[in-house]
Ligand binder design. Structure first.
Ligand SMILES: [Cu+2]
Ligand SMILES: [Zn+2]
Length: 171
């Protein structure tokens, strides 16, 4: 049976690779209201949730809200096409809302005086895997960045103002 050694090892390798999640990571191109590229957000599976690595530029300095929105559509200039916050559990908005929160809600982040943000966020309520909390469910979702900070409690959008940048998450 010596001659079976190599095919068995090869088969094992193929099965191991196939067993990995379909998308352990996805790179999202972010555009502003003029359709200009303003960087990327790389979403990676991290345990049951995801991490987001932001590499953004040419955006207004200050504290800004960022959320996953329901639709994989970013039509400039208002990005209303992205729909409301991703909310598979029909909860209210805000990480500090007792009736919350939307799965797509996240902490605010800072854009520095040079208009850049290189930082990491996380969301433990969404996944790149399967199921109702998948960022790929219903054809995908979108990442939306807002003009203002999220107050973490006002339903449905945390008083975070206009949508100033957007990127589609889809397979
Ligand atoms: Cu939003
Ligand atoms: Zn929300």
């Amino acid at each position: 049976m010596k001659h079976l050694g190599f095919p068995l090892i090869a088969l094992t390798v193929v099965l191991a690779v196939t067993a990995l999640p379909a998308a352990a990571k996805t790179r999202v191109e972010i555009k502003d209201t003029q359709g200009m590229a303003v960087g990327t957000v790389t979403v990676s599976q991290q345990g049951p949730g995801v991490s987001l690595k932001l590499h953004l530029h040419d955006l207004p300095p200050g504290q800004h809200a960022i959320h996953f929105h329901q639709n994989p559509k970013c039509d400039a200039p208002d990005f209303k096409s992205a729909g409301p916050h991703f909310n598979p559990d029909s909860k209210k908005h805000g990480l500090e809302n007792p009736e919350g929160h939307h799965a797509g809600d996240m902490q605010n982040f800072i854009i520095d005086v040079k208009g850049k943000a290189d930082t990491t966020l996380e969301d433990n309520d969404v996944t790149l895997g399967d199921g109702a909390h998948s960022l790929f469910s219903n054809g995908g979702t979108a990442i939306v960045i807002h003009a203002k900070a999220d107050d973490m409690k006002t339903d449905p959008s945390g008083n975070s103002g206009d949508r100033i940048a957007c990127g589609v998450i889809a397979k």
